[in-house]
Design a protein around this ligand. Structure first.
Ligand SMILES: NC(=O)c1ccc[n+]([C@@H]2O[C@H](COP(=O)([O-])OP(=O)(O)OC[C@H]3O[C@@H](n4cnc5c(N)ncnc54)[C@H](OP(=O)(O)O)[C@@H]3O)[C@@H](O)[C@H]2O)c1
Length: 244
């Protein structure tokens, strides 16, 4: 996919990686960026259309669909929360799933008809923690593992409907989410470039930073990927996901 001239919706667009994705999309000359936020965005460019979008709010998702109208090429599910916890409080697990898994699910489902019409792409910002948890944020890891599994299923289920589904395996990035965590981190600008490079190169799994790139080959040649491909073969070519 060449992103130039396309329309893109980015959730969690007001700060961190989402904000960097908005700027990178503009740099690549998209026609329009729908910037999903809970409180506005500080980018002044005629191509940026703010969209009120809490991904846990069904009514706001419906309104966002109406605001975008009928045409959209790319959805980037970027919104996320990463609470510190120890799995002792089920409410924290529910909250992580509500944003990181169900938010991604509901936004994907709502915009899928537009993506199908556009032969577009769904990009899900995951984490290396989808593969193994950092046990300081286990609820987050659970939600990202669930989001990875959904990404893999949707990829197979939508393969016959001309929507490509991409999972982004982000390593540590220097944003509010990792504030106070003293480890090497990639810049949001650098990973935003890596995400669009991966999308433009048709990579189904995108490794946009130095840490994630270090495991890319092992993932692509590993047993989990092998099973994913093998199981995808069981999906009938006529599968019509959310065709209503
Ligand atoms: N930073 C990292 O090291 C890292 C690593 C791996 C994966 N990721 C993933 O990358 C994505 C972006 O992370 P980030 O580092 O940019 O985080 P961030 O700086 O903390 O920003 C999080 C974004 O998500 C939005 N958000 C949170 N809850 C939301 C909700 N209910 N509805 C809509 N938007 C919501 C926030 O909006 P508000 O400003 O309104 O709160 C904010 O725009 C996340 O999915 C994260 O899991 C990040």
């Amino acid at each position: 996919m060449n992103i130039t001239g396309k329309t893109v919706l980015i959730t969690g667009a007001n700060r961190g990686i989402g904000h960097a994705l908005v700027l990178e999309a503009l740099r690549r000359e998209v026609t329009r960026v729908y910037a999903g936020t809970r409180g506005g965005i500080d980018v002044s460019d005629d191509r940026v259309v703010p969209v009120v979008l809490d991904v846990t709010d069904d009514a706001q998702i419906e309104q966002a669909v109406r605001r975008v109208g009928g045409s959209l090429d790319v959805v980037i599910n970027n919104s996320g929360i990463a609470p510190y916890d120890d799995l002792s409080n089920p409410d924290v697990i529910k909250q992580a799933l509500a944003v990181n898994f169900f938010g991604m699910y509901k936004v994907s489902r709502a915009f899928l008809p537009m993506l199908k019409r556009a032969r577009g792409a769904l990009v899900n910002n995951l984490s290396l923690m989808a593969l193994a948890p950092l046990p300081l944020t286990p609820s987050y890891a659970i939600s990202k593992a669930a989001a990875l599994s959904m990404t893999q299923s949707l990829r197979a289920l939508l393969a016959g409907q001309n929507v490509s589904v991409h999972g982004v395996f982000l390593g540590p990035v220097d944003t509010d989410m990792t504030r106070g965590f003293e480890i090497p981190k990639a810049s949001p600008e650098c990973v935003a470039q890596g995400i669009f490079d991966g999308l433009e190169n048709d990579e189904e799994d995108i490794f946009p930073d130095a840490m994630s790139r270090s495991i890319a080959d092992a993932w692509r040649n590993g047993v989990a990927k092998q099973f994913e491909r093998q199981y995808a073969g069981f999906v009938p070519a006529s599968a019509a996901v959310w065709s209503a």
